[in-house]
Every structure is written in structure tokens, then in C-alpha cells.
Design a protein around this ligand. Structure first.
Ligand code: HEM
Length: 483
């Protein structure tokens, strides 16, 4: 292999990269040392803002295969042909901790998939838990402020065990179902390879004929689900803070490719209003006996990134990256998400973040958006506007019956009608094994014991008791607070 010659970024040959240019060998350093200035100035700019949530993550590339055509339900082209592989990039993440935080702390995990389809990028930005803490995007900044470090002392750096989290959560009863997941051992997965993924929000599939179906997404790991208990997760957080990142990287390096099966639950639009719960409420799951999981395809992750910063740190997902045949539901949490991701990426990565290697669609793109910081495309010709009589990209109608739902109502700022914050939390608790219940209770007690305000503890326990009296009693007993 030919030896690479070291140069400045402008191509000037570097004869010594370890000594600055000085007057005499003891200094001072000269302002004209452009080689030194370039090196230090670039170093000074190496960090970009970390993601406001999901800051620590690990990524891998691979492919997706659909088992059989989904044409009956969606015109999405990547869900039609079982012989066509769709390239994917997946980023797994923790949510609350900063970029340097430990992988195995109790938290939700992100499971974000970018499908590089022939119709553009489709992003399925999911988590490892099927429900969420809140149901209106308006509350998201408060949720995140409450879980992150407290503003006066910057403690704790990645843990829910503090006053602010439990204060907010105990005043947010719709989070009770989510607590039964996060504080079970699901909150401490043993491997990204052994973790489920869920779209959480409800989406719509639209067929060529205009038939629309409500959809919930599920990923199931081929290796099965495996979690740590609290003691093991805590120990590993100290011994190997990058445990989950390392586990994924090393498995792929060994050639042990990572596989997940892809399922959907479907609900006919006519059934939406007939449920005892609101199917668009992201704090709810759809009962699997009524809405069975239908296998759709499989995903294999078989390639590690070459460069973490370029390919993973700069990756940008957004639930609004759709392809024809997949639409949003009216779910208010999802609607808010569609704005938030691209907005934060314009700030975190800049106006042209979509041109970065992991984010660039493999299919051609064209429009009259131009310029901006770090533009790397060399646009051809004089036309950068439309309509134009002298060329430029032309618009094309989406194939099939157009998706154009009729929507009407008064403008309001209101909660949804069917709230029921506790039933599914109680059902989940009662479906758990003895060991699962023991761990849930111990994990809750361990976390709540960091709360210094007894009124907050009491309120949190009251919500748990509303889900199931036995759960409330068990947590009280765990505290040694029985009357
Ligand atoms: C209103 C609710 C939510 C808002 C406003 C929101 C906002 C955000 C923002 C701003 C980021 C950082 C993105 C970036 O800097 O590139 C992010 C990341 C992420 N969010 Fe959400 N989020 C919400 C709810 C959810 C839910 C319900 C899920 C799961 C279903 C989810 C999954 C993720 C994932 C996986 C990432 C990391 C993406 C990556 O790996 O780069 N979020 N979210």
C-alpha cells in the first residue's frame, strides 16, 4: 500500500506534526504557524451538540426483507417484493444519560431504523417498550427536564431516582403503565441483540386502492428477550459502562449477525371508535388476542460502522421520514414528534444534515432548496425556482387513490376523552410472574428511596395502588412503611 503523506487540510506538506513553529526552540510560538493554528482550531470544534435525548447510542448497518407482498394493506414499495433487500441502518440508544453515560442504567432504550428504500428514506423511530410516559407532545420538554439532572446541582446524571422525576411522574397518572415496564427488568436490557422494539405510536398503512389500516409496529429479536436484574445492571455500569455498545459491536465483528423479526398489529379504521380505550393513545397497548401480531419480514444487521462520528453520531432519524403508503395517525404525541426531530437536527447538525452519509437517501432527490452552511452538492444549471420554463425538477402525483381523510372539529386544548390511566398498568402487573413482581417492587423501592420529599413518594405510591392495590401495598411494604 502506498504510504499516505501527511498534509494540512489545504494540502501543504507537513514535515513535523509534533512541534510548533517558535522563535528559538523555547518559544514563543508564531501567529504565522498556520499548521499549528489549523490543527488546534479544528480540534477546538470537534464536538457537536449531543442529542437532547438519546445521546448515547450504538449503530449498525444491514438489510430488511419482507416475507410476502403487503400490497393488500400498503403501497409502500419496500413491502412488496420478498426477493428485494432494503438496506437499513439501526441506532440503539439510552434516553436520559449524556453521551458518556453508562449503557446499563435503568432507562428506556431507543430502537431507530432507517430503511433506504427506492422511494426515499423511511424511518421507524421506536423504543424497546411498547408504551410511553405521556400522550401529548406538549408535555415532552417537561418529561425530559424532570428525568435529566436537576438544574441547580446537575445531579443525577442518568437516573430516575430523584425528586424531580417522581414529582412530575406522580402528577402524570398516564405514566403509570409505562412505570410497570421501565421498573421491571425491561428497564435494564442485557443486550441490544436481545431486545424488542416497538413503534409505540399508531401509524396508518394505505393501499393503492386507498384502503387505510391503523398499524402498530413490533420488532422481536431472534435470540429472544434477555434482561439484567438491578444488581447485575448496576455492577456492569461500573465495570464496563459501554457494555451494550461493545456487545453489539463484537457480535457483528465475530460474524454473529443480529436478526429481528418484524410484525404489525392491524386495526380496521371502522374499529377505532369501538374500543374501550383510545387506540391512538400511546400509553396503551392493543390487546394481542384481539389484534394479533402478523409477521411481515425480518431485519439482519451485518455491518459495523467504519467511523462512529460520521455514521452514528451524525445519524438523524425522524418519524416524519415516510414513504407513500405509510401515514401518521392523529396521535398527538406522534404529531408533535414529526416536528421535533428535524427541528433539532437543523440545530444539532445544520441545515444540510440530510446530505451526511447515513442520512442521504439512496434514491435520487431533487428540489429547489439550495445553499446553506456546509452545502456539498454542486447544483447544475441556472434554474433554482419553480415554476420555470427552463427546466428544474417536476412534481409527480403519488400513485394510487390519494390519501385525503376528512377531518373536522373545534379548535381546543384538551385531553382525549378515554383516558383510563390505570387499567392496563394493573393488567400488566397481574400478568407478571412472582419473580417479575418481586423485581418490579424492589426496583421501584430502590428508585423511590432517593426521593427526599415524602409527599412525592406518597403520591407516586397512590398511583401504583390505583393500578393494583397489591402493587401499592407491596411498594409500601418494601419501604418498611406498613402501618
Ligand atoms: C413528543 C414526544 C417526543 C419528542 C418531542 C421526541 C423528541 C426527540 C428528539 C428531539 C430526539 C433527538 C433527535 C436528534 O437529535 O437527532 C429524539 C430522539 C429519539 N427519540 Fe424521541 N421524542 C418523543 C417521543 C419518543 C417516542 C414515543 C419514541 C419511541 C417510540 C422516541 C424515540 C426516539 C429515538 C429512538 C430517538 C433516538 C434517535 C437516534 O438514534 O438518533 N421518542 N426524540
Amino acid at each position: 500500500m502506498a504510504e499516505e503523506k501527511m498534509t494540512t487540510n489545504q494540502g501543504y506538506p507537513i514535515s513535523d506534526d509534533n512541534s510548533s513553529l517558535t522563535v528559538g526552540n523555547r518559544g514563543p510560538t508564531l501567529l504565522q504557524d498556520f499548521q499549528f493554528i489549523e490543527k488546534i482550531a479544528h480540534f477546538d470544534r470537534e464536538r457537536i451538540p449531543e442529542r437532547v435525548v438519546h445521546a448515547k447510542g450504538a449503530g449498525a448497518f444491514g438489510y430488511f426483507l419482507v416475507y410476502k407482498s403487503m400490497a393488500k394493506y400498503t403501497k409502500a414499495q419496500f413491502l412488496q417484493d420478498p426477493s428485494a433487500k432494503t438496506p437499513v441502518f439501526v441506532r440503539f440508544s439510552t434516553v436520559a444519560g449524556s453521551r458518556g453515560s453508562a449503557d446499563t442504567v435503568r432507562d428506556v432504550r431507543g430502537f431507530a431504523t432507517k430503511f433506504y428504500t427506492k422511494e426515499g428514506n423511511y424511518d421507524l423511530v421506536g423504543n424497546d417498550i411498547p408504551v410511553f410516559f405521556i400522550r401529548d407532545a406538549m408535555k415532552f420538554p417537561d418529561l425530559v427536564h424532570s428525568v435529566k439532572a436537576e438544574p441547580h446541582n446537575n445531579i443525577p446524571s442518568s437516573s430516575t431516582g430523584h425528586n424531580n422525576f417522581w414529582d412530575f411522574i406522580s402528577l402524570t397518572p398516564e405514566a403509570t403503565h409505562m412505570l410497570t415496564w421501565v421498573f421491571s427488568d425491561r428497564g435494564t436490557p442485557a443486550s441490544y441483540r436481545k431486545m424488542e422494539g416497538f413503534g409505540v405510536n399508531t401509524y396508518k398503512w394505505v393501499s393503492n386502492e386507498g384502503k387505510t389500516t391503523l398499524i402498530k409496529y413490533h420488532w422481536k429479536p431472534k435470540l429472544g428477550v434477555k434482561n439484567f436484574d438491578r444488581e447485575k445492571a448496576t455492577r456492569i455500569a461500573g465495570e464496563d459502562p459501554d457494555y451494550l455498545t461493545r456487545d453489539l459491536w463484537e457480535a457483528i465483528e465475530r460474524g454473529e449477525y443480529v436478526e429481528y423479526e418484524f410484525f404489525v398489529q392491524m386495526m380496521d379504521m371502522s374499529e377505532e371508535q369501538n374500543q374501550s380505550f383510545d387506540p391512538l393513545d400511546p400509553t396503551k397497548t392493543w390487546p394481542e388476542d384481539k389484534f394479533p401480531l402478523m409477521p411481515v419480514g425480518k431485519m439482519v444487521l451485518d455491518r459495523n460502522p467504519e467511523n462512529f462520528f460520521t455514521e452514528v453520531e451524525q445519524a438523524a432519524f425522524c418519524p416524519a421520514n415516510l414513504v407513500p403508503g405509510i401515514e401518521f395517525s392523529d396521535d398527538k404525541l406522534l404529531q408533535g414528534r414529526t416536528f421535533s426531530y428535524v427541528d433539532t437536527q437543523r440545530y444539532r447538525l445544520g441545515a444540510n444534515f440530510h446530505e451526511l452519509p447515513t442520512n442521504r437517501p439512496l434514491s435520487p432527490t431533487a428540489n429547489n432548496q439550495r445553499d446553506g452552511a456546509m452545502q456539498s452538492q454542486v447544483f447544475q444549471g441556472p434554474v433554482n425556482f419553480g415554476p420555470s420554463s427552463r427546466g428544474g425538477p417536476v412534481t409527480t402525483p403519488v400513485e394510487g387513490t390519494p390519501y385525503s381523510p376528512h377531518i373536522q372539529g373545534n379548535l381546543v386544548r384538551e385531553k382525549i376523552k378515554k383516558t383510563d390511566d390505570f387499567s392496563q398498568a394493573g393488567e400488566r402487573y397481574r400478568s407478571m410472574s412472582k419473580t417479575e413482581i418481586k423485581h418490579l417492587v424492589e426496583n421501584l423501592v430502590a428508585d423511590l428511596s432517593h426521593v427526599t420529599d415524602p409527599a412525592i413518594q406518597k403520591r407516586a405510591i397512590e398511583n401504583l395502588a390505583k393500578a393494583d392495590e397489591g402493587l401499592g401495598r407491596a411498594v409500601v411494604a418494601g419501604f418498611g412503611l406498613e402501618k
